[in-house]
Design a binder for this molecule. Sequence first.
Ligand SMILES: Nc1nc2c(ncn2[C@@H]2O[C@H](COP(=O)(O)OP(=O)(O)OP(=O)(O)O)[C@@H](O)[C@H]2O)c(=O)[nH]1
Ligand SMILES: [Mg+2]
Length: 378
Amino acid sequence: MVFLSPFMSRIKSYELGKHLKRSFIDRLRVYLKSGTGGKGLPKLGGIGGDGGSIYIQAKNNINLKQVYSANLRKRYIAGDGESSKKLKLYGANGQDIVIDVPCGVTVETDSGAKIGEVNTEGEKLIIAKGGKGGSPLNDYKSEQGQAFSVNLDLKLIADIGLIGFPNAGKSTFLSLVSRARPKIANYPFTTLQPQLGTIEYDDKRVITLADLPGLIEGAHYNRGMGHKFLKHVSRTKINVFMVDINGFQLNPKFDARDAFETVVFLNKELEMYDSSLVQKPSILVLNKMDTENSRGKYDRFMELFENYENSIQKIEEYWRPIEKINFESIFKISAKTNMNIEEVCLEFRELIDELDERNRLKSDKKSPKILQEFLDEN
Ligand SMILES: Nc1nc2c(ncn2[C@@H]2O[C@H](COP(=O)(O)OP(=O)(O)OP(=O)(O)O)[C@@H](O)[C@H]2O)c(=O)[nH]1
Ligand SMILES: [Mg+2]
């Protein structure tokens, strides 16, 4: 055993290093053990300290990779409560643990049950409760702590999610409107992990955008890798569909898809992932309007789109969405020549302001009811 350990530790550090090389982590499994309560002292009425609990707390500007780097073993063990003694009847409470996590983390058990989530800076959630110390309330029998593993699942919090087939120009658009510098290249799947960028308006209002890896048809049965990133659009306010006006072809072995088919497949993929996402306010952006014949392709697209019910018939039944995305607006742009980029950004702003206002009105309406319930109960 003694001989084995240096070897073992080499393997371990190699494995950990391998994981650390991944620059983006959106899920982290951690082991939690809350503290056991200290024993009470029934003869003298002594009370044991409570076991420490484990919390997560949302913090801006950190990511899950940093959470991982700070505790490579991914084990969090809170302190046990101190037992009551003759000379110290009140045992001290065990040490709590607070794990700082990025905003947007949901805690789930291995079976997928949700324990809770933290979304805004400072928000705190208990994820493993320390056992109570022995006291008259529990016949001086202290309680055990809890021990289990949970998954910290990060869903980025962005106002806008950029959704599209690979090579549509999502990253080019993000780099144009924000300071983000995502990798851009003329081949599919350049973006391998979500990227965040911010648009700053003249009045200092900031809107965040998430550029997601490209989706392809069949993503829902694990083709490509865009599907697993769709969770990041579950919390955005607006879906922006970026479509190359020339359509998309993964490689010569696959069918070439025109812009209309691309929109239909994106609609279907989103629906397969979570049908409620289809109802989210959406904008369609047709990119690469600087390319040859783009004008004609745009006219053709609009013709097909305006006659949707007819046009959809040419698509295999399996791929027809149950519910059609109702785009708030359709833009034609060129990220290459900067055409209509400002207009799109203004539309984002307008729509987000409108949605915020709608939400504000909704919550204003709710509050008198909550107040009334509170008054009724008290
Ligand atoms: N002609 C033209 N090319 C563009 C335009 N926008 C982007 N491109 C080019 O299209 C290619 C793909 O652009 P990306 O921004 O990497 O595309 P993406 O949607 O992020 O692709 P994935 O990361 O693979 O999903 C690059 O070679 C860009 O330079 C445009 O408006 N016109
Ligand atoms: Mg990209």
